[in-house]
Design a protein. Structure first.
Length: 94
């Protein structure tokens, strides 16, 4: 079973995430505008293509997350799941 949405659906979802995040890196210490959509829970770890699991990151922040130098976590009472995660308040830590 593929965790990936069909291309047209994924493109629409990414556009929604970009709009939600204001087309800026979501890391409050950054704010760069050249961004891509990143999975908070990596797809390789079972992360889903859903808005709560997707966040806009610039290339530098994206790389830092991928090599475990920057971490994204939910701020309580936020949670990872539908209606939470990146759709709510998240925190970036090093």
């Amino acid at each position: 079973m593929s965790l990936r949405l069909p291309a047209a659906e994924y493109k629409k979802l990414c556009r929604q995430v970009l709009d939600r995040d204001g087309w800026r890196c979501r890391n409050p210490r950054c704010g760069w505008r050249q961004v891509s959509v990143h999975h908070i829970i990596f797809r390789s770890a079972g992360g889903l293509d859903e808005s709560w699991n997707l966040v806009c990151l610039c290339e530098l922040c994206h790389s830092a997350v991928d090599i475990y130098e920057l971490f994204i976590e939910c701020v309580p009472p936020n949670f990872a799941g539908i209606g939470g995660g990146a759709d709510g308040i998240i925190r970036f830590t090093t």
